[in-house]
Design a binder for this molecule. Structure first.
Ligand SMILES: Cc1cc2nc3c(=O)[nH]c(=O)nc-3n(C[C@H](O)[C@H](O)[C@H](O)COP(=O)(O)OP(=O)(O)OC[C@H]3O[C@@H](n4cnc5c(N)ncnc54)[C@H](O)[C@@H]3O)c2cc1C
Length: 584
């Protein structure tokens, strides 16, 4: 059936990419020139969160010291606490090298060694010779690596005439005859509904750190691209695996990249003790993030936190010379000066763990095809980047492994989709394609203020309670309480009304819609965290403090059904490395 949209609001392209961050742009660049590709983004592309990535992008180039992709693969598997799918980790580590060279050839201005090679530095959990000590594997452009990747890829998109639909917010995904055939979007500038009809759709919508009150994530990271397909029956994988980064600015959550520790920064408690080496003798401050965050939690719990409430610790950069700070960490030191009013060459910076990265998301295979159960791909539907779960990061992502995930798996999704659309027919749109999206918008615009709930109040409760009950350390009681709070918030959400009833740049409306996605993501995080009765990677249950490979060496899947949540699982791919105890 044809779209009921006005003809100018109906768009047909071979491939529709949703999201203009690193993953979406990398996929689009593969397609450009070979297929008709559209990129839809609720943000102007260069505002995507990829641009905020500071520290680096890793690949075993071996430019400064010996390195091998097998070592990188091993670190990725071990860092993920053996929940990492090893077939995906092998693809990541092998193809990372080539992907970096591709970015270099596109013109990405990497920092250089004196002899002109791409410079590399240390990062948490990246080691030489299977864990012997830290290795320099992270390529970087000062501490603006993501910014440079985003700009480079966006330029390539423009150069290759990708059709960009900026400031279009996708509200629904369309399936017909068992195939994905398009999306429905809201034009933020005009308030009109548009239908995008295609042979394949690639979701690259990023993460959902905004479900927590203290987060490094930008305002737009509300889990839209995770929740929208979930509402349509697609499962989500490993949602309980949410990473907290150890060094967020106290209370604000703004990230002080791990590059700071890669360049020698040290985390200290109130007694100025460099405590990480007490817990991780080999890697100390360069232990993986899940562990560093727990070390900090432990120090605070045992009374060695700083400040009047003893609820933070310090990042110490004082011993790093001013010129090194300026050359290698200019943005980070600027954040410290601006947001903390601290001079990092002379003073300690108050920090606390901050919600940072979703390891879970839409289940995919190594070609980015979205799975509807433990093995079946849904034709025409792809996902890449943070909204996807390949699962290459397992239970805990290593620093610099996300940017490389975007380019490696964004590229693979783009290439596979290209092959797919060459052979596939265009499936007709389902009946009344815009109906669901239009109803959602109109309901919010027309609801009277009399019986109203405010989206902002629900959001704040959600964020504060999630940070309290489903963050670095979890237990059954807290998670059950959170489950109850979410039921209440979901109920209140049904009565949300907005103040702005206009059609142009109605952020009130869009934030209310996004709150619905955040509630869905939180529901899945909590359900997964309650179900997984063990501690692994970022998921630490104080009532089940040990990893349990007998019962839990598996991925969790969760579906939304009319009768409530349905849980399932997926086996972990284990090819080269048998699970071992994680020591650093
Ligand atoms: C502060 C910070 C620093 C980081 N530093 C590093 C680092 O040094 N190294 C590293 O490897 N990783 C780092 N990460 C992680 C990494 O940057 C992210 O995981 C990654 O950039 C996500 O990229 P993406 O392409 O999946 O999504 P994003 O870059 O988040 O882009 C999402 C896109 O989806 C669009 N979108 C979302 N919803 C909709 C919708 N409903 N309709 C239309 N469009 C939509 C947005 O407009 C946007 O274009 C960092 C993350 C943060 C927050």
């Amino acid at each position: 059936m044809a779209s009921e949209a006005r003809p100018e609001n109906y768009h047909k392209h071979d491939v529709i990419v949703v999201g203009a961050g690193g993953a979406g742009l990398m996929a689009a660049v593969q397609l450009a020139g070979h297929a008709d590709v559209a990129v839809i983004s609720k943000l102007y592309p260069s505002r995507s969160h990829t641009g905020a990535a500071q520290g680096g992008i890793c690949a075993a180039l071996g430019n400064l010291e010996e390195d091998h992709w097998e070592w990188h693969m091993f670190d990725t598997v071990k860092g993920g606490d053996y929940l990492t799918d090893q077939d995906a980790a092998e693809v990541l580590a092998r193809e990372a090298v080539d992907a970096i060279i591709e970015l270099e050839h596109m013109g990405l201005p990497f920092s250089r060694t004196p002899d002109g090679k791409i410079a590399q530095r240390r990062f948490g959990g990246h080691t030489r010779n299977y864990g012997e000590g830290p290795v320099m594997r992270s390529c970087y452009a000062a501490d603006r690596t993501g910014h440079m990747i985003l700009q480079t890829l966006y330029q390539q998109g423009i150069k290759h005439s990708v059709n960009f639909f900026d400031e279009f917010q996708v509200l629904d995904i369309l399936f017909n005859e068992g195939v994905c055939c398009g999306v429905v979007a809201y034009a933020i500038r005009t308030g009109e509904i548009h239908t995008f009809h295609g042979k394949a759709v690639i979701f690259a919508t990023g993460g959902f750190g905004r479900v927590y009150s203290v987060t490094s994530n930008a305002m737009a990271l509300t889990g839209d691209g995770v929740a929208i397909p979930w509402r349509r029956g697609i499962p989500l994988e490993d949602m309980e695996m949410f990473q907290f980064h150890p060094t967020g600015i106290y209370k604000l959550g703004i990230l002080l990249s791990e590059a700071a520790r890669g360049e020698g920064g040290i985390v200290r408690n109130s007694e100025e003790e460099a405590f990480a080496k007490r817990y991780a003798p080999t890697l100390a401050d360069l232990a993986p993030r899940d562990m560093m965050s727990r070390f900090i939690y432990q120090e605070i719990k045992e009374g060695r936190g700083a400040g009047p409430n003893k609820d933070y610790v310090y990042l110490d950069l004082r011993h790093i010379p001013y010129d090194v700070q300026e050359a290698k960490l200019p943005d980070i030191t600027e954040f410290i000066r601006v947001y903390l009013g601290v001079d990092p060459t002379k003073e300690l910076s108050p920090i606390q763990p901050t919600a940072h990265y979703a390891m879970g998301g839409l289940p995919t295979d190594v070609d980015g095809r979205v799975l509807v159960d433990d093995r079946t791909a849904l034709p025409g539907f792809y996902a890449a980047g943070e909204c996807a779960c390949v699962s290459v990061h397992g239970a805990n992502r290593l620093g610099t492994n996300s940017l490389v995930d975007l380019v490696v798996f964004g590229r693979r999704a783009g290439k596979h989709a290209l092959d797919f659309v060459r052979h596939a027919d265009l499936v007709p749109l389902p009946a009344n394609p815009e109906g669901f999206a239009r109803d959602q918008v109109e309901r919010l615009l027309s609801r009277g203020a009399g019986v109203s709930e405010k989206a902002g109040e629900i959001r704040q409760t959600l964020q504060v309670e999630m940070f309290d009950k489903a963050s670095v350390v979890r237990n059954e009681q807290g998670l059950k309480e959170m489950h109850g709070i979410l039921l209440d918030l979901q109920h209140r959400y049904q009565r949300v009304a907005i103040d702005d009833h206009t059609r142009t740049y109605n952020t009130d409306l869009l934030e209310a819609i996004e709150l619905g996605y955040m509630l869905d993501c939180a529901e899945c995080i909590v359900a997964g965290a309650l179900a997984r009765q063990e501690s692994r990677g970022a998921h630490y249950r104080e009532d089940y403090p040990e990893r349990d490979d007998v019962n839990w060496l598996k991925h969790t899947l969760v579906w939304k059904t009319s009768g409530g949540l349905r849980h399932g699982s997926r086996p972990v791919s284990i090819t080269r490395f048998q699970p071992k105890e994680r020591k650093y």
